[in-house]
Design a protein around this ligand. Structure first.
Ligand SMILES: Nc1ncnc2c1ncn2[C@@H]1O[C@H](COP(=O)(O)OP(=O)(O)OP(=O)(O)O)[C@@H](O)[C@H]1O
Ligand SMILES: [Mg+2]
Length: 336
């Protein structure tokens, strides 16, 4: 693959999509940098696929704009946007061999026969499919089929690759293997990747940056570390990683404590002076190999979680009383 230039920049400006009965996307602005691996993450129905469809041009925009490398593409048809697409519903052609499936986009572009052969073989190699040229889709595993779809999307060296849950149907082990390969391919081809998933771990593994969607809006855009360390909203704090939420009705605030920053002590007298604390019941102690995880119940009945490197020697049984304390400057606070 000739990856001298970078991938394209994608800019979404106040993008909105209404359906008769719902608002699928509500005023979304964001920029995906050239060559970036951007992941759209969010719960089901939060607008991830809608955004990808608007970028691709499969769906009409209600208002707002899409720019690719600074060019307004709102009226540019799908096939002229120079995008590689790997969607679940964008299936392989069952009656074509692997070779012909991957060759298809090149033949549509009237590339010479010799060049088609060179590029198909190169693309199959990138996707880890050397030697599979003459197989048919039904003779391949799910993971191999997804690799063919990836090879087909890469073969014309598009500036941007759009991937909508391409690994969603695969079992955990295969999914993890293909995640690593996707990362390698991304580095190798140097193009912009926009990848949709609702699997948080997958997003953290793959991405340069993550856009967190919720109810058709963008909650935050940032690296995995930024989202974890500096969540912009309560939704992000609770959606990314584990946390304990301490609600303070009198101040109308909620504090979100990460498990490794929460400290369990035996009683109030063990709390460092001036630090906040709350009485809890330790529901369960779970040995994790690399440490311990304690599930606790807060006074309002909600659950919390604490991680420690070593077991707490003073905690002899389960359903015991303990005190949870934390350093306020290391725990983000949000309005209720
Ligand atoms: N063609 C359509 N007609 C009407 N409503 C739609 C249509 N497509 C999507 N929606 C609605 O728009 C919202 C966003 O849907 P979208 O497919 O973007 O979610 P998603 O984040 O991709 O979810 P999932 O993780 O389940 O794939 C949902 O409420 C959905 O019901
Ligand atoms: Mg979707």
């Amino acid at each position: 693959m000739h990856s001298v230039t970078n991938g394209a920049e994608i800019e979404l400006a106040r993008l909105t999509k209404h359906y008769p009965k719902s608002v699928a996307l509500d005023d979304v602005s964001l920029t995906v940098k050239p060559g970036e691996f951007m992941t759209f993450l969010g719960p089901s129905g939060s607008g991830k696929t809608t955004t990808l469809n608007l970028i691709a041009g499969f769906t009409d925009i209600t208002s707002g704009n899409v720019f690719i490398d600074g060019d307004l593409v709102d009226d540019v048809p799908v096939h002229k946007r120079d995008l590689g697409i790997v969607f679940q519903h964008y299936a392989l052609f069952p009656h074509l061999s692997v070779f012909d499936n991957v060759a298809f986009p090149l033949q549509q572009r009237k590339v010479s026969k010799h060049e088609v052969r060179t590029r198909v073989l190169e693309s199959l190699k990138t996707a880890g499919l050397e030697g599979y040229e003459s197989r048919f889709p039904k003779e391949l595993s799910g993971g191999q089929q997804q690799r063919v779809a990836l090879a087909r999307a890469l073969v014309f060296d598009p500036r941007v690759l759009l991937l909508d849950e391409p690994l969603g149907a695969l079992d955990k082990k295969l999914r993890e293997q293909l995640q690593l390969e996707l990362r390698r391919v991304h580095r190798e081809v140097g193009r912009t990747f926009i990848f949709v998933t609702h699997d948080q771990e997958e997003a953290l593994t793959l991405s340069d940056r993550i856009t967190v969607f919720n109810q058709g809006r963008v909650e935050q855009v940032g690296s995995a570390t930024e989202l974890y360390e500096k969540p912009a909203t309560r939704f992000v704090a609770e959606f990314i990683g584990e946390s304990t939420a301490i609600v303070d009705e009198s101040r109308n605030r909620v504090t979100i404590i990460r498990p490794e920053r929460a400290v369990l002590v035996a009683s109030e007298s063990d709390v460092a002076p001036g630090k906040p604390s709350v009485g809890v019941i330790v529901r369960q102690a779970i040995y994790l190999g690399a440490g311990w995880k304690y599930e606790v119940i807060l006074p309002d009945g909600t659950a919390g979680v604490v991680r420690t490197d070593q077991s707490l020697p003073w905690l002899v049984g389960e359903n015991e009383r303990a005190v949870l304390t934390w350093e306020p400057e290391k725990a983000p606070e949000f309005a209720l």
